[in-house]
Every structure is written in C-alpha cells, then in structure tokens.
Design a protein around this ligand. Structure first.
Ligand code: GDP
Length: 470
C-alpha cells in the first residue's frame, strides 16, 4: 500500500474480496502482490536477486582464472579453555612479526601474518571454534588449517572434542599442538592416545595428522609448529588468482570513534587496492585507506592478506562476503536492494511474531531468559550469541532479543524494559543516560570482559530458573 500510495484498508478489502483474510502486518506472496497491484492499476516490475546480485562473486575455488599463484594458508587456533590458545597466538606473533615501526607497536586487527622460511602464514586472531563456526553458519569459510591445542598436563577435554568435530565438519585439516610440555606431569603420549578415540590419528600412531610438541610459555618449538603448517599447506596446494578485483570475507568490524566504520577483511582472491569500491553485506565503501597488521598504511592487499579497510558507509558484519564492484552506483544498487529485502522480511513479522513466540514459550512450559547483548567487536558478539544459544535445553532457553556492536544506549534499555531482559555489555559500558534509565526502570546491566565468565554466569542463572523437581 505504501509504495503504491494507496490506503492499506483498500488493499485489505481487495484481498478479502479474493478470499484472503489478512491483517495489516501480514505478509503476502509475490504472486498475490502482483495481482493486487495490477488490479489497482499499477505496473509491477519484479526484481530478482539474481538481477541485482548476478556475477558479484566468482566461485572462490574456481581455478580456471588466469594467473594463479600460491597463497599463504589461513590458520585458526582451537582447543579447550586454558590449554594455551591465546598464549600460542601471542607467542607466535611476538617471535615472528618483524615490526619496522619504531617501538615495534603491533595492532590487533583480527588476524596477522608471520613469515617462516620466506613463506607467509596468516593467523586468525580470535581463537576457538565458536567464531569459526559462526562464520560457517553464514556460509563463509576463512580457515584452511586448524591448529588443535591440547595441554599435555590436562589431555583431551570437552572443548577439544568439540573443536575436532567442528574442524571435521568443515573439512579443515587439523595439526595437533601438544602444549605446556614444560609443565610437570606433561604427558604427550597420553594426549596422542586419547586423540585416537576421537579419530585423530597422529603420525606416530600410524596416522597422517601432524603433531608438534610446544610450550607457548617458554616459546619452545614454535618454529616446528610453523614448519608443520607449511608442510600441511603444501599438501593442500592453496592457490588463488592474484590479479583482478578482490573478493573475500569480513573477519572483524567495529565503529571507531576517530575513523568511523572499520572492517578487517581477509582477501581470498585478487588484489584489493585503495580507491576500489567494495560491497560487504549491506554496506559499501570507497576504500579510503588500507592498514595492515603492523599498523602501516598499504596501497594493496593480495590473496590471504588481512587488512583493515577504512571508508565504509556503515559497519558490515563479521562473516559477510565482500567483493569489488565497478562503480558507486552499482554498490548503492546492491546495498539498497539488500537493505530493502531485510526491511521487508522484518516488517511483516515484527511485534506479532515476538508475541506469538512468547505465548508459545509460555504454553509449552519453557522458561526463557531474555537477554540483550552489546559488545565492542562483531566477532565477539557472534561468538557470545552462538555460545549462549547452545546453552538452551528442553526446559530453559536463552532468548537473545538483540545483539550488536557499540555502547549501551537508551534505546537498548527501552527494548530490555519492554521484555524484562537483562543487558550484557562485553567490553562496552552504558552511557550516562542509559545507566540512569536502567536504574529507574530496574533493568539489570552486567559487564564482562571474558566470554567464559559471561557464559558461566548465564548458565548459572538459567539453571536457577529451572523449576525445582517435586
Ligand atoms: P586459552 O584459554 O586456551 O586461550 O589459554 P591461555 O593462553 O589463556 O592460557 C591459559 C593459562 O595457561 C595461562 O595461565 C597461561 O600462562 C598458561 N600457559 C599457556 N601456555 C603454557 C605453556 O606452554 N606452559 C605453561 N606452563 N603454561 C602455559
């Protein structure tokens, strides 16, 4: 009705005349819409996704393209909590990044590159399988090789097993890093034996999975680990065209006070250059600057290179694919089309479906724990949401009303008030107005800077919500 500039009631009357009893926010299918619009004297032009999006992405694995070059492997570190994922990422970075900057300041942009025997390796900087799987859930895969960290004094633990499952599901080869070999009670053989039960067969057990003993703390044998990565990547024969317009993935994004919307992208094929027009999800950019993991401005970024991109109209989501397009007009056409699709998808549902959902939950006797999540970067927000969703059982579930990047604002508090939700801030705070409003409305705001603590607390609250057994 809106777009035809007709009264909604007239549209509803026409629908009724055709036997369709609908309310104002109900969604109708495209054929019905075309019928009604035509009947009301309007001309309909159907826009298919393929018309707008056609040809945007070449198949990433398409090897037909010309100038194929070897590209560096992209590595994710997974494993059980406290087994040393972060320590290992930091140790590798410190030992191998040769900073040309005075003072050697390195930037965390979500990924970094190191060099070993003249070959580059790209590490994704958010450890754990949550972020990895959140990306995959969106149809994007960044990782070529997974390093599975197992602490030699602790052995295979629940998240070790989960990591194995996630890597196998993605078809990503595993390299086992047996960590903490400096510790008393370290038993590498036990780790290898335990891994057998989960169908990870390391070389010394007659299998093909590479395993390396390391100590992230003492920086022991990090070279051995990097050599294993290079060996594995040789087997994978990773190639990509180097010339041509770039395509790849958004791996981190944030709203920066000084620099505006900033996205870290991983180039997967082609070369990204300053001045390119890039579309990522619902946002686009005329690339104003590219900044590498050493904090230096660069003019171009080739395959498997992570770079920060400045110049985005808004913050794209982690996991969004990006592609270079030929003009600003084309970028606008695509992003406006995508935004419209989203608006249309949400407009119909809106209040009613949320209401329905609550009623359903009540009727089925499921206890729900409404939450609103705000975080500093998209990657952590997604990891938190995925982990919280996994906590849900038959009896109790976390209901995430909203999740997003940025500080906690008054409108977040209003939303929480409407549903009696708890607000969670991960590395972000509420501004003064929001804090005041939350206090007046009696809305609980909790702050965290460690994902594990956050999940643990929510788990606690959820188990408290379970009705005591009679
Ligand atoms: P993550 O949760 O997997 O990221 O684990 P962290 O990197 O945070 O490490 C957990 C704890 O183990 C920290 O106290 C580290 O100092 C310690 N740690 C990590 N690697 C080693 C190691 O090789 N040897 C010893 N002794 N401790 C380690």
């Amino acid at each position: 009705a809106n777009r035809m500039a007709e009264r909604a009631v007239d549209v509803i009357k026409l629908l009724m005349a055709q036997g369709q009893m609908l309310k104002i926010n109900d969604v109708i299918d495209a054929d019905t819409a075309e019928l009604i619009a035509t009947e009301m004297g309007h001309t309909v032009k159907r826009v298919a996704e393929s018309d707008v999006e056609g040809g945007l992405f070449d198949d990433i694995d398409n090897d037909d393209a010309g100038d194929l070059v070897n590209r560096p492997p992209v590595v994710t570190i997974m494993g059980h909590v406290d087994h040393g994922k972060t320590s290992l990422l930091d140790a590798i970075r410190e030992a191998n990044v040769v900073s040309t900057e005075a003072g050697g300041i390195t930037q965390h942009i979500g990924a970094y590159q190191v060099e070993k025997n003249g070959q580059k390796i790209t590490f994704l900087d958010t450890p754990g399988h949550e972020a990895f799987t959140a990306m995959r859930a969106r149809g994007a895969q960044a990782t070529d090789i997974a390093i599975l960290v197992v602490a030699a004094d602790d052995g295979v633990m629940p998240q070790t097993i989960e990591s194995i499952k996630h890597a196998k599901a993605a078809g990503v080869p595993i390299i086992v890093a047996i960590n903490k070999i400096d510790k008393q009670g370290a038993d590498s053989t036990r780790v290898r034996t335990e891994l057998l039960q989960h169908e990870v067969f390391v070389e010394s057990m007659g299998g093909e999975v590479l395993d390396v003993e390391v100590s992230a703390l003492k920086k022991t044998n990090l070279d051995g680990l990097l050599e294993a990565v290079l060996l594995q990547s040789e087997v994978l024969e990773l190639k990509s065209p180097q010339s041509g317009s770039a395509q790849g993935l958004v791996i981190e994004s944030k709203l920066d006070k000084g620099r505006g919307a900033v996205a870290t992208v991983l180039v997967q094929r082609g070369t990204l250059s300053v001045g390119d027009i890039v579309v990522a999800g619902n946002e686009w950019a005329k690339v104003r600057a590219l900044i590498d993991d050493k904090g230096e401005q660069v003019k171009t970024a080739g395959p498997s290179t992570p770079v920060e991109v400045l110049g985005f109209s808004g913050v794209p989501d982690a996991g969004d694919r990006f592609a270079v397009v030929e003009s600003e007009a084309r970028a606008r056409e695509i992003t406006e089309y995508r935004q419209r699709v989203i608006r249309e998808k949400t407009a119909g549902g809106g209040a009613t479906s949320l209401e329905q959902m609550m009623n359903q939950l009540k009727a089925s006797g499921i206890a729900k724990f409404p939450l609103l999540i705000k975080g500093d970067v998209q990657g952590s927000v997604e990891a938190i949401v995925t982990a919280l969703n996994k906590l849900s059982t038959d009896e109790v579930s976390a209901q995430i009303l909203y999740s997003g990047v940025g500080g906690i604002t008054e409108s977040d508090v209003t939303l929480a008030t409407a549903s009696g939700a708890v607000i969670i801030g991960f590395n972000v705070r509420a501004n003064k107005q929001a804090a005041d409003l939350a206090q007046r409305e009696g809305i609980e705001v909790r702050y965290y800077n460690i994902i594990y603590d956050l999940i643990d607390d929510v788990k606690g609250v959820m188990s408290g919500m379970l009705a005591p057994e009679v």
